[in-house]
Design a protein around this ligand. Structure first.
Ligand SMILES: [Zn+2]
Length: 90
């Protein structure tokens, strides 16, 4: 007789527009969410923390991590490119 498999946890990236910090729907830890794309249970608006998203949906976590990395790189490049112009203005 087969042992029943645990039902996989389905996670989705949805736009978070609530400045709240609820516990993770999976582990109960603080989620520290940002406004914008965040991890939720696929069938609800229950937030999921990043470690749980990485464990249960590594492909979505990788995409979200890439987006955050590119956004940080964009800010750093913008600051670096703006620096010479600021020097000229002085
Ligand atoms: Zn969690």
């Amino acid at each position: 007789m087969k042992t029943p498999k645990a039902k996989p946890i389905k996670i989705a990236i949805k736009l978070n527009n609530c400045a709240d910090n609820p516990p993770c729907a999976i582990c109960g830890q603080r989620t520290n969410p940002e406004i914008g794309p965040e991890f939720f249970l696929a069938d609800s608006w229950a937030l999921v923390c990043h470690p749980c998203a990485e464990k249960n949906a590594p492909e979505l976590w990788a995409l979200h991590h890439l987006k955050r990395t590119l956004a940080a790189l964009s800010v750093a490049l913008h600051a670096e490119l703006a620096e010479p112009a600021a020097t000229v203005i002085e």
